[in-house]
Design a protein around this ligand. Structure first.
Ligand code: FAD
Ligand code: UQ1
Length: 421
């Protein structure tokens, strides 16, 4: 009787498809499977769903946080079961997971979509500086802090304005520099541009991974007097002294300390701990999937989507959209005992906002070859691409992608290029 009480406290559930994580990837996939009549459980701890691509525009004062969020229950399809909890352990041999509440969920297929974790603690003094509302340290990378960026921008009177990109994989690797260009444009409009020394300090060996866009961005930085310091990695912030220290990645044991009047930090990121410690991850903690089929390399009833996967592409919603179609067809084929025929080509896209009405729309594949949707040169700064980013993509996201109907712009590209790309 006594032991029965303890046993029955924990719930056991079964489903055909378990989706772990209800962010961009999890929600889109839940909708695709729900429309197709699959029995789906979504495990997601957060009450609110965020459209993170808007964070850059919130940081620049062009959108509000309330425009970037909706209650999770309103973005998940009605026929799926939402469990408001986190996965605590994966048990791939037993086809089950346990949650932090101690419940067990058994599945036939599992899709892992738990995104990336922000590792604030890898930079000494970062979290304290962000929490301090009077400091001039900010980040667009979290819903907790993104509204602070515009306040810091408005309070800027002059001096060093430093923007960073860490020595780890990050989501939307273009976002750390979009805010540099927005800030530079902001100062120009305010008549303060000559008071600022703007620096982009990045751990990467080049300003961008794709040659075509890197060339355009280098020209832009030269033209707008933005200093780009390559292979510099932020390690320490002394917020009371407004000082920050970088390690020089190509000169072992060498550091450089700089004063700042504004510091925009992109925190280091890594997959959530629960994935890193599981049997599902590769040597650096990402879900170990085949980069083309998106099926786990060892467990054939497990698939992955988005930021938490080992796919060697830039981690974006645009990539998630392209992956979603591949995963849907491959899981359905697998259920029907057929081979996994759909292959993901690494498509990703980065709308490099370069000011208050301009954007370079980078699109490329695994080979880092441009794969542009429109029949004009997207390497130019264009107003039309800014409108797309600011006004059209949010509509597509909430009304088409989260409803399971957006597979990225591939079909539009094929029509506009008359099937040649
Ligand atoms: P997420 O959407 O982050 O969702 C992960 C979900 O997993 C979360 O809801 C989380 O609560 C949940 N979770 C975590 N741990 C657990 C657990 N243990 N159990 C259960 N659930 C868990 N992309 C673009 O395409 N274009 C852009 O312009 C762009 N700009 C960006 C700008 C910024 C500042 C940022 C931060 C991101 C930007 N992105 C952009 C990237 C984009 O937001 C992500 O790539 C995308 O959201 C990835 O989707 P996901 O489903 O993999 O992860
Ligand atoms: C995209 O499909 C997408 O997902 C909805 C994004 O995330 C917000 C993007 O930023 C971009 C650029 C695309 C690509 C879409 C087109 C029309 C080029």
């Amino acid at each position: 009787m006594f032991s029965n009480y303890f046993i029955s406290r924990y719930i056991h559930r079964n489903c055909q498809i378990l989706i772990v994580g209800g962010g961009s990837g999890g929600c889109s996939m839940a909708s695709k499977f729900a429309k197709n009549g699959q029995n789906v459980i979504v495990l997601e701890p957060n009450e609110m769903h965020y459209y993170q691509p808007l964070f850059t525009l919130i940081g620049g004062g062009m959108k509000t946080l309330s425009q970037a969020r909706r209650p999770t229950k309103t973005v998940l399809p009605k026929s799926t079961t939402w469990i408001k909890d986190k996965v605590n352990a994966f048990n791939p041999e037993g086809n089950s997971v346990t949650t932090t509440n101690g419940d067990t969920i058994n599945y036939d297929y599992m899709l892992v979509a738990i995104g990336l974790h922000l590792d604030y603690d890898k930079i000494t003094g970062l979290k304290e500086a962000l929490d301090d509302q009077y400091s001039s340290v900010c980040t667009n990378y979290s819903s907790d802090f993104v509204e602070k960026t515009y306040k810091v921008m408005q309070n800027f009177k002059g001096g060093n304005a430093i923007f960073t990109l860490p020595n780890s994989p990050v989501k939307c690797p273009g976002a750390p520099q979009k805010i540099v260009y927005i800030f530079e444009d902001f100062l120009r409009k305010k008549g303060l541009r000559d008071k600022a020394n703007i620096m982009y300090n990045t751990s990467t060996p080049a300003i961008f991974g794709v040659k075509k866009y890197a060339n355009r961005l280098e020209q832009l930085c030269r033209r707008r007097n933005i200093t780009v310091n390559l292979r510099q990695n932020l390690i320490n912030i002394n917020s009371s002294k407004n000082e920050t220290t970088f390690e020089l990645l190509d000169e072992p044991n060498k550091t450089i300390t700089m004063e700042f009047s504004m510091l925009h930090v992109t925190p280091p990121m890594s997959p959530p701990e629960v994935l890193k410690k599981s049997k599902l991850s590769n040597s650096i903690g990402f879900l170990d999937v085949d980069q083309f089929t998106l099926c786990h390399k060892e467990y054939k009833n497990i698939f992955g989507i988005g930021d938490c996967t080992s796919c060697p592409t830039s981690k974006t919603v645009a990539a998630v959209a392209a992956q979603s179609n591949v995963i849907f067809h491959n899981i359905i084929n697998s259920i029907n005992g057929k081979p996994l025929l759909k292959k993901y080509d690494g498509y990703t896209s980065c709308p490099l906002v370069t000011g208050y009405n301009k954007c370079i729309l980078a699109e490329f594949d695994y080979q880092l070859n441009p794969l542009e949707t429109f029949p004009f040169d997207q390497g130019n700064e264009l107003k039309s691409m800014f409108r797309l980013k600011k006004d059209i993509l949010p509509i597509i996201y909430w009304n088409v992608m989260l409803k399971g109907y957006w597979n990225g712009p591939e079909s539009i590209r094929k029509i506009l290029h008359l099937g040649t790309q």
